[in-house]
Design a protein around this ligand. Structure first.
Ligand code: NOJ
Length: 530
């Protein structure tokens, strides 16, 4: 094995930390996180013990959708720095042993992208319009949208130009969908992948990977409920097939992408953000000739019960085994309310959130952490409406801003060391207890819990590879073995005696003698025999 092949399978059991760049660390005092700020804080991530970081989009963008509206896929937006800052950050990350995954946004561009600008300036039927999805409207004078599709952010998925044609946007009107039937679009993204792979990135997180291909003829969905994005996603999860998501044709694209990734040394990978109507269909995104991973959002939707977690874990592991790919686990990300809040908020939410982290980090496969979960941050629910920036907020009242509040690093007043000046969203006063500085070296802090778990995960071979074996446990208790280690999660109503599982090596809450309290988890190790 040569040096390049060594570590090529790093992505199979990695812990990946999601950096929401504009809220991670600000170096220049404009209140917005940037690449230089991230670079300064890389030692923190090295010490946390993660294997890789995933950066949300930092490309040139009007930031209508937090950078998921890209105008130039090969340039850094000035608010985040420039390409030299990116290269310096990447070199440092690699020197610290951290891999770097970046977001790629292929389903849509920004409306300010030169292609869309050219399309708007060109007449209907022109090659410039071919790159997007333009159609004539229905009804008298074509005044009705071409079909009944709704935007994930609320309202119609179509917007009309003054010349009468409509264009499709599954997300915001400022995010027109590309026409992936066009070879030119495919070629462009293949070149974008190579551009970043040549710079040395270790992989990509593929945004809306299930969206690129639309059903032929763009048929009506057949209902019109004006639902918001959460309801829409649950519909998908309930098994509804939508003509703009998860069409078979998307797989052809990723088979080509896999060949590109495999043509580079060192184990370059891609993880799909995909939603499909069943676990089987989701598993089709991964495999030796497609993408390496797909996010498993079912884990994030599991309720606080043995049955729910067990079902989600069993299903995910079975699907992953079938396709020979690792499964992934996600508790929080930049689109969902933070899990501390989902689990009830306050002291209860934090207890459960810490237990869930130990559960996740004991499972086989890849764990994705979202910045701030290692600090036990909760969702900020009381942001003033005028500061909210999520485009969905204006259209549906739903907002993802509460999980995007800049990280608290130190000090006793907002923005808690985020940067030299303010922050684009205000942190609550309660975060004074959650700063990195307040938690570092404090036994029992959430940061030290994550560090301990990540250290053990690295040190214990059974946690890196290997199977999961369920252990019979008391009612309300989830227990499974990974080699000599047992992970026990108390989801019940009574403290549980954990002596029979081994000696505790890490726990999310203090044990009471031999008893693991309610809403807590522990890893225990069997003494070697003899
Ligand atoms: C998924 C991203 O995670 C989300 O933040 C974004 O709004 C949509 N895709 C559209 O790009």
């Amino acid at each position: 094995m040569n040096a390049d092949e060594a570590g090529a399978g790093w992505w199979r059991d990695a812990v990946v930390y999601q950096v929401y760049v504009r809220s991670f660390a600000d170096s220049d005092g404009d209140g917005i996180g940037d690449l230089a700020g991230l670079r300064d804080r890389l030692p923190y991530l090295r010490d946390l013990g993660v294997d890789a970081i995933w950066l949300t989009p930092f490309y040139r963008s009007p930031m209508v959708d937090g950078g998921y509206d890209v105008t130039d896929y090969r340039q850094v937006d000035p608010m985040f720095g420039d390409l030299a800052d990116f290269d310096a950050m990447l070199a440092d990350a690699h020197a610290y042993g951290l891999r770097v995954i970046i977001d790629v946004v292929p389903n849509h561009t920004s409306s300010a992208h030169r292609w869309f600008q050219a399309a708007v300036a060109a007449p209907p039927g022109s090659p410039e319009r071919e790159r997007y999805i333009f159609r004539a409207g229905r009804g008298p004078d074509g005044a009705e949208p071409p079909n009944d599709w709704e935007s994930i952010f609320g309202g119609d998925a179509w917007t009309r130009l003054p010349d009468g044609q409509w264009y499709l946007h599954i997300f915001d009107p400022e995010q027109p969908d590309l026409n992936w039937e066009l070879p030119e679009v495919r070629a462009e993204f293949e070149e974008i992948l190579r551009f970043w792979l040549d710079r040395g990135v270790d992989g990509f997180r593929v945004d809306v990977a299930h969206g690129n291909i639309k059903a032929p003829g763009l048929p009506d969905v057949g209902y019109s409920s004006k639902t918001g994005r959460n309801q829409r996603q649950s519909r998908l999860l309930e098994g509804t097939k939508l003509p703009y998501f998860d069409q078979d044709g998307v797989h052809e694209i990723y088979r080509v992408w896999r060949q590109i990734l495999d043509s580079y040394p060192g184990g370059r990978m891609a993880v799909a953000e995909a939603w499909a109507s069943s676990p089987e269909r989701l598993a089709r995104y991964v495999g030796p000739d497609e993408l390496h991973q797909v996010f498993n959002f079912d884990f994030l939707h599991a309720t606080w019960s043995v049955d729910s977690f067990r079902k989600v874990i069993d299903t995910a592991l079975a699907e992953a085994t079938l396709v020979g790919a690792p499964t992934t686990w996600v508790l929080s990300n930049h689109d969902k309310p933070r899990h501390v809040t989902r689990y009830g908020g306050g002291a209860l939410g934090l207890r459960r959130g810490r237990a869930a982290a130990l559960l996740m980090l004991a499972l086989p496969g890849v764990a994705y952490l979202y910045q701030g979960e290692e600090l036990g941050l909760d969702e900020v629910l009381d942001l003033p409406d005028e500061l909210r920036q999520d485009p969905a907020f204006r259209r549906t009242g739903e907002s993802r801003d509460g999980c995007r509040v800049p990280l608290p690093w130190s000090g006793h007043t907002a923005p808690f060391g985020f940067g030299p000046a303010g922050a684009w969203l205000p942190a609550p006063a309660t975060w004074t207890a959650h700063t990195v500085a307040a938690q570092e070296g404090e036994s029992g802090s959430t940061l030290e819990l994550y560090r301990a778990a990540l250290r053990l995960r690295r040190a214990e071979p059974a946690l890196r590879g290997g199977e999961l074996t369920w252990t019979e446990a008391e009612p309300g208790v989830l227990a499974f073995r990974r080699g000599e280690l047992t992970c026990v999660v108390n989801l019940g109503t009574e403290p549980v005696d954990v002596r029979r599982y081994g000696t505790p090596i890490v726990a999310s809450a203090a044990l009471d003698g031999d008893f693991l309290p309610v809403d807590a988890a522990a890893w225990l190790k069997q003494e070697p025999l003899g």
